[in-house]
Design a protein around this ligand. Sequence first.
Ligand code: HEM
Ligand SMILES: *[C@@H]1O[C@H](CO)[C@@H](O)[C@H](O)[C@H]1NC(C)=O
Ligand SMILES: *[C@@H]1O[C@H](CO)[C@@H](O)[C@H](O)[C@H]1NC(C)=O
Ligand SMILES: *[C@@H]1O[C@H](CO)[C@@H](O)[C@H](O)[C@H]1NC(C)=O
Ligand SMILES: *[C@@H]1O[C@H](CO)[C@@H](O)[C@H](O)[C@H]1NC(C)=O
Length: 359
Amino acid sequence: MRGPCPGLNSLANHNFIPHNGIVTLLASIQASLNVYGMALEAATFAGALGALYGGDLSDPTFPYSIGNPPPVGLLGGILGGLGLFGRPSGLSFTHNQFESDTSATRGDYFQFNGDAHHLQMPAFQELYNLQPESPDANYNRTVILAHRLKRIQDSVQQNPYFFYGPVQMVITCLTTALIPALMSNHSSEHPDGILSNNVLKSIYGVTGQNGSLVYTPGTERIPDNWYRRPILDPYGALHVVEDIIAMGLYDPQILLFGGNTNGPNTFAPLDLDDFTGGVYNAASLLQGNNAACFVFQAAQLLFPSSINGLLGQIVLSVLQKVLDSIGGILADLTCPELAAVNASMLEQYPGYRKSSHAV
Ligand code: HEM
Ligand SMILES: *[C@@H]1O[C@H](CO)[C@@H](O)[C@H](O)[C@H]1NC(C)=O
Ligand SMILES: *[C@@H]1O[C@H](CO)[C@@H](O)[C@H](O)[C@H]1NC(C)=O
Ligand SMILES: *[C@@H]1O[C@H](CO)[C@@H](O)[C@H](O)[C@H]1NC(C)=O
Ligand SMILES: *[C@@H]1O[C@H](CO)[C@@H](O)[C@H](O)[C@H]1NC(C)=O
């Protein structure tokens, strides 16, 4: 199994997680930390979401497929696997629960007939073109901001079912930020790392030069002589906060939640004032740490509301612990208090209505 995450795909290709792509919650967290320097809270948040929406909740090790739904019998557990909404879906089919529109290189689910897990070359090419094909290339944080904005504009223009809710916003901003943060080659001369043309291509499973780039699914590879992010500065909640704020400063459109309402180019922002009962609005969201405060608070409120089964509650308690610990980190940011959001306002977006069990 291979799916929408180049990090997990490469970990499986190198056997840092099982080669078949079925991984337990704990193993996915450990490998993300040890191999890529993804902080414990960030990896636990991602892993818990993956297990919750894509995995087998009847097995106490919470195994999940990093790609397609596993065939019956490959998972142990009850009836060969029991997910939150029936058969475990695998990460590839967690649309608007985890997998979201405007990913850095993956297509949008409804725009590509449910294939949101393969790399789409036009999207990769857009990213690739942001640096010259030369030894000086570095796909750093600044470069990634430009790509983030471009991908949102692509979805607005091309995907009639584009949906960009608070959860989808934080997931795609986070996963896009992981490109420079975790894929870069770190050294003492370049402590923030350098992400060269070749390293980017290798971890994404792309070969060739500009004009003849080829993507071969299943070939995602960590290059030889590549050095991960220092383990003493793993990529975690505070980096996410910093990166989300940087994205909002780069262009407020990146933080503008909403979706297309009636075909391409019909993007309508979510009225934040109504959604949050007056606690936030479009202008205040861009002040101080508010953007980061809001997305974590909205996640805390929206995730639990989508879970009702008993099995889900077990993993949700893992997720809740992570969200609480992030809440603790955020306490230092002095966030405005947000007690509730009006989730039914999301129903105005066709892309939300069309996704089963969307968050
Ligand atoms: C428990 C660990 C992890 C889980 C469950 C996970 C899961 C996912 C999922 C579901 C997506 C698709 C989200 C979307 O639609 O954009 C994704 C995307 C992504 N992940 Fe991971 N991930 C994990 C760890 C990592 C690590 C260690 C890296 C390190 C490189 C990484 C890098 C990325 C990137 C760059 C994307 C965006 C892909 C693109 O569209 O180009 N992830 N991940
Ligand atoms: C790739 O080629 C196209 C067309 O010639 C050009 O516009 C683009 O800038 C090139 N990209 C890189 C990374 O050199
Ligand atoms: C990223 O690289 C560009 C040059 O391509 C440079 O102007 C910018 O300051 C760099 N950003 C960071 C965060 O290092
Ligand atoms: C990573 O950086 C080190 C130190 O500059 C260099 O020797 C090595 O070749 C680089 N690795 C890759 C894959 O670019
Ligand atoms: C929530 O939003 C729905 C849909 O816009 C609206 O009908 C309802 O009155 C709102 N509820 C509250 C408590 O504001």
